[in-house]
Design a protein around this ligand. Sequence first.
Ligand code: TEU
Length: 553
Amino acid sequence: MNHTNWYKNAVIYQIYPRSFCDGNNDGLGDIPGIISKLDYLKELGVNCVWLSPVYDSPQKDNGYDISNYRDIYKLFGTLDDFKLMLSEMHKRGIRLIMDLVVNHTSDQHEWFKSAISDKNSPYRDYYIIKKGKNNGKKPPNNWSGFFGGSTWERIGNTDEYYLHLFTKEQPDLNWENPKVRNEVVDILRYWLDMGVDGFRCDVITLISKKQDFKSRFPSIALCGKDAYIMGPKIHTYLRELYDRAYQDYDCMTVGESVLCSLKDTISLIDPSRKELDMIFNFSHTDVDNYFGVKYFYRNFKLTRFKKRLAKYQYALYQKGWNSLFLENHDQRRSTGRYGTIERGPLSIISAKSLAASYFFLQGTPFIYQGQEIGMRNPSFKSIDEYQDVELNNMYKMCQNNGFIKMLIGKHLFDVSRDNARTPMQWDDSKYFGFSNNKPWLMGTDDNKDRNVKDALIDKDSLFYFYQSMIEMRKECPVIIDGKFDLLYKNNPNLFIYTRTLGNQQLLVICSFSKKEVKCPIKDLTGYNLLLTNYKEQKDKFMPFECRVYLKEK
Ligand code: TEU
């Protein structure tokens, strides 16, 4: 099958199904709810959806714990609902990529239940089970996982433990076992045969583990990461999935990578290697923390942000393809982040400048639900209002350990994943137009001035700004293929870059300053203004003003 690489022209909208739209008013989003909003997505102009997991699941990690890869979680709908959604999307020219969560399953998956209840189970070797130390009193090694604490859970009273890099309800699959890989290939083909257009591959860089299973020192956060991030067989496994599944379909893949270097990124997406099409790299979202640890706050600095984005722009040019994103279901909202203003008259203006700064880079832009209307963090005051398992685990760790509390406790709520998971704000009503009943996770009164209904009325809204940017991508090939160049990289207020293709040049200038600033480019003869967030242009750049120009040489 010829791969058309359609993803290069795509704008992908991420739907977090529990929080998007509740079709049956049980307080939880669902597939019928999504179907009812497809015309909205069409209006925005996106041509692909990434759907966070909708598979059957006990929902310990909101669906990232799958108990049946071939069925739909019943509170989200049925397989028929899913098929209807897919065909309704395709009818509107919207493709669908699913979340592929195959580093781990749920502990309620039949494979796992069988594996731990019977030593001779044919599924025993689907998981990573090792003998503990001291007759099982201590775990096999000192590795620690993503949600804090040991990566090992003891199996009943036996001397054995299973590995889980996330919650204990998410046991890691043993990719060394060829049967596991066969299962994954079958799952991929099952959905691709149904018509799905690709996958966002959850924590895919963790699937291969070094097989020594020795303790690592020093024993700090993510202890053992050299053994489980970009393990020795990662490339072999990814290539196997390509050869046995992706190759036969005109599909795309984007892998989620954690703490992945530039070199690793290129090795995963170099088209000649046939592994993945894109990688979500978090170097730019980590711009406001130290060591890639979100709890260790660091002031935002535009120059650092530009440098990190530019590094990937230059390095991947004609070598790979970038994914462009600011938000997802694990990140706090971008309004009020990355130097933008959370409230007041400059808030939406600054959100537009930030939006333009990432949208015209080379790569495929992703928009997370609600980003297009500038939804903000709920900033709940009490732990009882949050739901996320990561936050709850970290909170408990802080309660039990004063040192950890001192290190990470201060920003726990600010960086909580629930910030991005509050219900989509369709209107200003009590339950956000998301449901007629109390949602599984409440929002705040943020919907009073941030909601879809108002955004669609106001021609100046962030929604229409996104719509214009999407439209421009469809019309200007330079936005897809143009070579990137960062200008004035040390300018602390302006993000300025060009994209050049043949006789076309796009010039993007985005201010991240609260004050008026001078633009170092004086002569703009021949440049046509395509997009801006201010009605009139003066010599100076107004606070957070952005301008996108096109010049035909
Ligand atoms: O996230 C992977 C991941 O590394 C996150 O744990 C991340 O470090 C954290 O969320 C930052 O706050 C993926 C999914 O996106 C996430 O929702 C899942 O919980 C996780 O994998 C396990 O499947």
